[in-house]
Design a protein around this ligand. Sequence first.
Ligand code: 3HC
Length: 707
Amino acid sequence: MREAACKDIYRGTAIMTAINEVTDLTVEGDVAVITLNSPPVNALSAKVRQGLYDGFKAAGADAAAKAIVLICDGRTFIAGADITEFGGAMKGASLPEVQDMMENSPKPVVAAIHGTALGGGLEVALCAHYRVAVPSAKVGLPEVNLGLLPGAGGTQRLPRIVGAQKALEMMTSGQHVPAKAALAMGLVDELAEEGKLRETAIAFAKKCVAENKPLVKVRDNNTKVEADRANPDIFANFRKANARKFRGFLAPEYNIRCVEAAVNLPFDEGLAVERKLFMELMTGSQSAAQRYAFFAERAAQKIPDVPDDTALIPVNKVGVIGAGTMGGGIAMNFANAGIAVTIVEVKQDALERGLSTIRKNYERTAARGGLTAEQVEERMGLISGSLDMNDLADKDLVIEAVFERMDIKKDIFTKLDAICKAGAILATNTSALNIDEIASVTKRPEAVIGLHFFSPANVMKLLEIVRADHTSKEVIATSMKLAKKIGKVAVLVGVCPGFVGNRILFQRQREAQKLVLEGAMPWDVDRVLYDFGFPMGPFAMSDLAGLDIGWVKEKSNGETIRDVLCEMDRRGQKTGAGYYDYDENRNAKPSPVTEKIINDFIVKSGRNPRKISDEEILERCIYPMINEGAKILEEGKAIRASDIDVVWEYGYGWPVYRGGPMWYGDQVGAAKVLEKMKEFQGAMGDDFKPSALLEKIVAEGKTFADL
Ligand code: 3HC
């Protein structure tokens, strides 16, 4: 079948041989073209490896073929090893076998790249003698994002082309380098016109033959690494400069060690170091969690009752109500994606302030080199302001981002219902209010949805999409797609107080406060959570945000530690003191003042402060979060356990190398979480009441991942 179809395509000029289900070989003139077609991303599964191995063998044996081109069908060149196969038994040809055959081929091998050549995909391409790419292509070694390092020679070959410094940057960031930059770095040898990759690669291969071009083996090119050997400080400097960013992660350090090996050891010895470190990472807990997170993020995009082919509502014009921090940040997301947005405010000065904050944000990015002055103007040009809600009449989507009060929201939605065109999506950015109640004031509850952005809304990746009782499938599908377009990671959740993220956060906050009233100091709690991997602990976070958020001076009566701190004008970093004391560079120090306030509180409450272990702090803060996640699942407010983990990774800085609260719960073991919750419940009451689902999975010997 495949042969017949192909003969038809190349009518008389070439015959295609099917190598296996995913690879075929066509000899066109004196160039053999191996075409790989393994959707969705041509990942290096056993079938693909075997197809490539057999394809190169057949091309090598074909007397008519003087050169070989490797090209892929579909949306991309090989996007890496097949991550779904990791941890299983290796079948078929190995990747090094394929690579050896390419690199040692006596006929020139040209890789033709479109889409993304990532990880193992780039490592394959680096074993070709030459690489041709279309301008829209990107190349990179993103293994670090899966808690890994390039394990098919990439760590040794990349520095031999781009030098140690660039290799370190690429491998520890996982960045995708556009083809033009890759050409400048020597990773690509020629750019093909868009849409003309195949013919350009064949022409390049013919030129190799005609001009008897050398069979370049990257492994033999030592010029760059020898030069780097004279500059051993590269590595210490790189580690120091990135210490904060890499904190807690194993993979960046392992990637650095591999580049060190590339610089200091012969190729094959470097390869042995790479292999050993790759296996260590691959079998470790961090990579398991990061691979899980990769698939969790993708699973979250799938809504069981909203099929992929659900009709989408075109969204070309957006309205945002409220020019505050949230509204402004939300508007920026759309302008960044090239979508026109109108911000509506009630007062001219508030509108002007909001627009000028947006401009300042863009200009700050431009000053750091993130945008050109032209781009700033382009984006500002997409944002307009208005004091008239009637200007929202033609918008496809309106997002309300005003003060969190039900009466105000209801009033706005009543007006929107009267003003907005039929078919428009009416969204609220509420983080806590009942969206069904908001929707009830409209005659079109099917158009109402929650789009809960996280602050700062132009930076934070998470978007909780909140499905109310009547929200239509079209509105959900459109919101999910739109989220991707504006660079967000969307998770669909149900209506409940705090939705998924804040509902779970509440558990941690409550325990942190209680621990402090039992004898732990804020810096003890913060240290434990920071060491666990959070970017900062809850008290440092409060100081950063400002202790006076939601605090009303006139109503304050010293009832809580926060009240007392605020009354003393210790309102956080901005006043130089909060839970912590701060120096002029905003470095935090444990505060004797706070310590005294806390001790006075404890005495007043008639309790005896006790020494609280780090273990208890961690378990008290984290296990109730897992338990709350279980309640959320039980109530159907999240579709799957992994969705909760995505929320916590992207919205609250849960360390990705620990997967997320539910994944972590599975690693600790649901039985242990349950046992501890019961123990805490016995000692401290129903804040620790185990969820029925937690009890159930323990009784059935299951995990959250099994659900
Ligand atoms: N293995 C298995 N499946 C993969 C995959 C991979 N390497 N990369 C993507 N997929 C799957 C996704 O799970 C998704 O499946 P689904 O449709 O069932 O959910 C599908 O391909 C499409 O992926 P995306 O939704 O992410 O599509 P995008 O177009 O948004 O992005 C991409 C495409 C940029 C290629 C992105 O998928 C990506 O970044 N993939 C991972 C690339 C990577 O990390 N490569 C290195 C792998 S490790 C390695 O190579 C080790 C080696 O050194 C030995």
